[in-house]
Design a protein around this ligand. Sequence first.
Ligand code: C5P
Length: 201
Amino acid sequence: MAFTIAIDGPAAAGKGTISKALAEHFGFAHLDTGLLYRAVGRRTLDGTPAHDAALALTAQDLEAGDLRTPEVAQAASKVAVIPEVRAALLDFQRAFARRDGGAVLDGRDIGTVICPEAEAKLFVIASAEVRAKRRFEELRSAGIETEYDAVLRDVHDRDARDMGRADSPLRPAEDAEELDTSELDIGEAVARAVAMVSKKI
Ligand code: C5P
């Protein structure tokens, strides 16, 4: 039986951690759809046209080690405004969402475009400052040198691009429940997400 949990929200709001924990809790498969856009964005940094990269995306591209860098994140949000790129990634995401055994997908347009019929939809948010601080600490512990102000600028840039684009902009689906993680630690955020989804199962 298919059951889809759609997790959307801006960069570094906690979607990834929450989605992994939900997948583990319910025994569902998990797809981080941001990785698809990051893999396409990364190929464009080598000079590959975005649409070609999206059409030819392989499992190997998704395993590249440097998909989490700020440079790749910016490249991802630039290719994500191109309708042909989004269209090329659509079928894979939809098939994943409706697989037997349940699926958690996290991204920007899962509840609105990829899987409007998802059984549970969460829109995860946190203030830009909290998100920048979390991302800054993540990058630092991964050994990536950066400054808080630069990370905050990146967060604002990506928010503006993700919310302002014409095709599949970041916005909550009408039937999504909001989860604000600004004041929550990881354990609290996960517990709330599990409770919200459990009501729908
Ligand atoms: O979630 P993550 O930060 O890895 O996503 C990288 C970029 O990919 C986002 O800033 C966004 O522009 C794009 N994206 C998207 N739609 C999704 C997932 C990610 O446009 N479903």
